[in-house]
Design a protein around this ligand. Structure first.
Ligand SMILES: Nc1ncnc2c1ncn2[C@@H]1O[C@H](COP(=O)(O)OP(=O)(O)OP(=O)(O)O)[C@@H](O)[C@H]1O
Ligand SMILES: [Mg+2]
Length: 316
C-alpha cells in the first residue's frame, strides 16, 4: 500500500468517527480498518526527505497522516520560493483542506492560501458525470488527450486512471480560475498548482480568514451591492462560456465589504454541457435565496432566463 492509499484508509477511519451511518452504507460487508494498524503503516513513511517542516506540521505528531501529506504537497512551492511557511489550517472539507501560508517576499503578497485535495476526493466528487459532460480530457500540460489508454484507464478507475483524473481536475480548476481572474472576475488570484494543490491569494488576515457569505450578515444597502456584484460575475462567467455550477453563499467569501467567489472544480462549459442551463438556474436561485434574507428582491427564474437567452438564443 502506498502512502496515499494509507492516508485514504486513515481518513475513512476518521470519517467513521463522525459519519457512522454513511460509513456503514459505503463499507457494508467490508472489514473496518483499525486505527493502530493505520498509524503503524503511516509511521513507516520516510520523513527524512522532508528537511523543511512548516510550523503547522511541526506541531503535529511525526506520524500524523496530515503532516506527511502537507509537506509533500506544498514542499515544491517552498523549494521554488513561493512560500516560506504554513502556519495553520483554515478549513478542513470533505474534498480538500485549505491552509494559510506565509508568502516568500518575492511573491509580492503576505499570505497565500493552499488548497490541497485529498486522494479520496476522487471517489467522493459529487455528480462527476454531470460536470464532465461535454468536456474533453486534458493532461497535466493542458493538451487534449486522445490516447485510448488514458480513456480506458479513466473509465476503469485504475490507479493510473485515478491519477489522471486528479491531474485533470486540478489543472481544470486552476486554468478556469486563471481565465476568470484575467477576465476581471472577483476570484482569488491563482498563483500555482501541482499534483494535488492549488495556491492562490489568501483572502483575510493571518488568523482571520474571510468568512463565507453564509456566516456574514451584510446590511441591507450593502446586500444590494453585493448581489449586483455577484450577478455581474455570473454574467462575466457566462460571457467566458462558464457556469460556476456550485455557487452559493458557502462558496462566496466576504471581506472588507466585498465578495470573492471561490471553488471552481465543477465549473462547466456553457456551450458543451447539456446541463449548463439547469446549473445556471440553480446557481442564480441559491444566490437570490440568500440575499432575499437581507431584503433583496429578485426573481431567480427571470434572471437566469435573461442571462441565458441572449447568450444561447434559446432554452433547452
Ligand atoms: N483564497 C482563500 N482565502 C481564504 N480562505 C479560503 C480561500 N479559499 C478557500 N478558503 C477557505 O476554505 C474553505 C474551503 O474552500 P473551497 O470551498 O474552495 O473548498 P471545498 O473543497 O469546496 O471545501 P468545502 O467542502 O468545505 O466547500 C472556504 O470555505 C474558505 O473558508
Ligand atoms: Mg466549497
Amino acid at each position: 500500500m502506498n502512502q496515499y492509499d494509507a492516508y485514504e484508509k486513515y481518513q475513512e477511519f476518521d470519517d467513521y468517527q463522525t459519519e457512522k451511518s454513511a460509513y456503514r452504507k459505503a463499507k457494508a460487508g467490508k472489514k473496518k480498518p483499525k486505527p493502530a494498524e493505520m498509524i503503524a503503516q503511516l509511521s513507516n513513511f520516510d520523513d527524512s526527505l522532508a528537511a523543511w517542516v512548516p510550523s503547522y506540521a511541526a506541531a503535529l505528531d511525526p506520524r500524523h497522516h496530515e503532516r506527511q501529506w502537507l509537506i509533500e504537497s506544498v514542499g515544491p512551492f517552498y523549494r521554488d520560493n513561493v512560500i516560506t511557511d504554513v502556519t495553520h489550517r483554515v478549513k478542513s472539507g470533505k474534498e480538500a483542506n485549505v491552509y494559510c501560508c506565509t508568502a516568500h517576499p518575492a511573491s509580492g503578497v503576505a499570505l497565500i492560501a493552499a488548497k490541497l485535495y485529498r486522494p479520496r476526493m476522487l471517489r467522493t466528487l459529487k455528480n462527476d458525470i454531470i460536470y464532465k459532460a461535454g468536456r474533453q480530457l486534458r493532461g497535466e500540460d493542458g493538451k487534449l488527450m486522445k490516447g485510448r489508454r488514458e480513456k480506458v484507464a479513466l473509465a476503469q478507475k485504475t490507479n493510473f486512471g485515478k491519477q489522471l483524473d486528479m491531474t485533470w481536475w486540478i489543472q481544470n480548476e486552476f486554468s478556469t480560475q486563471q481565465k476568470l481572474f484575467e477576465a476581471g472576475a472577483a476570484v482569488p488570484r491563482p498563483i500555482g498548482h501541482n499534483g494535488n494543490a492549488i495556491l492562490m491569494d489568501y483572502i483575510g488576515e493571518e488568523g482571520l480568514p474571510a468568512p463565507a457569505l453564509i456566516d456574514s450578515a451584510p446590511a441591507p444597502g450593502e446586500a444590494r451591492d453585493l448581489f449586483a456584484l455577484i450577478m455581474d460575475n455570473v454574467q462575466l462567467m457566462l460571457n467566458n462560456h462558464l457556469v460556476h455550477g456550485d455557487l452559493s453563499a458557502y462558496n462566496i467569501l466576504y471581506w472588507e465589504g466585498t465578495a470573492v467567489i471561490i471553488d471552481f472544480p465543477q465549473m462547466v462549459d456553457a456551450r458543451a454541457n447539456p446541463h449548463a442551463y439547469e446549473l445556471l438556474r440553480r446557481d442564480v436561485a441559491r444566490v437570490c435565496a440568500y440575499f432575499a434574507r437581507f431584503g433583496v428582491r429578485a426573481d431567480a427564474e427571470e434572471l437566469a432566463r435573461d442571462l441565458w437567452l441572449p447568450y444561447m438564443g434559446s432554452i433547452g
